[in-house]
Design a protein around this ligand. Structure first.
Ligand code: NI
Length: 169
């Protein structure tokens, strides 16, 4: 098990569009294990492979209280979205310390392979639904701050770059 470094906005690699996972083999199972460990270590509720600089369609999520129900979604595809949506306050491990509102579908159905390569359809609402939409955006190279106004995004970018410079010192 290894903890993987998480890319931080505005790293251009966060905008790479992920390719489908060709086969759920040993390499992918190791990646899942490492991503789950990395997510728990960073106290996040979701992590997309894009954020650890692997550009394949794989996300891990755990929205449980006890942090003992990891969910692996490989090659996730939305098969249904509810006609209703709501504004949700979001944060992201790639944009530490920033929280803002994003409009998300209330309920989604997603088809994906699990960690063993088995195909399943999950219906999600509440936090799980939001988390799935947020992580699937990462696979499309989209970070949640891109939904905000250009001015807000510019401020966040400046703040992140300053924090990164200070951390390197
Ligand atoms: Ni994120």
């Amino acid at each position: 098990m290894a903890l993987l470094p998480i890319l931080c906005f505005p790293d251009p690699r966060l905008h790479i569009v992920a390719k489908p996972v060709a086969e759920v083999d040993g390499r992918i199972r190791t990646l899942c294990t490492d991503m789950i460990a990395t997510m728990y270590d960073a106290k996040g509720i979701g992590l997309a492979a894009t954020q650890v600089d692997v550009h394949e369609r794989l996300i891990v999520i755990d929205v449980s209280e006890e942090r003992d129900e990891p969910l692996v979604l490989i090659n996730p595809e939305l098969v249904w979205t509810s006609p209703t949506s709501h504004l949700n306050e979001e944060g992201c491990l790639s944009v530490p310390g920033i929280y803002d509102g994003v409009q998300r579908f209330d309920t989604v159905q997603v088809r994906a392979l699990d960690g063993t390569g088995k195909s399943r359809v999950i219906e999600a609402d509440g936090l799980l639904s939001v988390c799935i939409q947020h992580e699937m955006d990462h696979l499309m190279g989209r970070v949640f701050v891109e939904y905000l106004s250009p001015l807000k995004r510019k401020r966040i970018k400046t703040k992140m770059l300053k924090a990164q410079r200070e951390a390197e010192r």
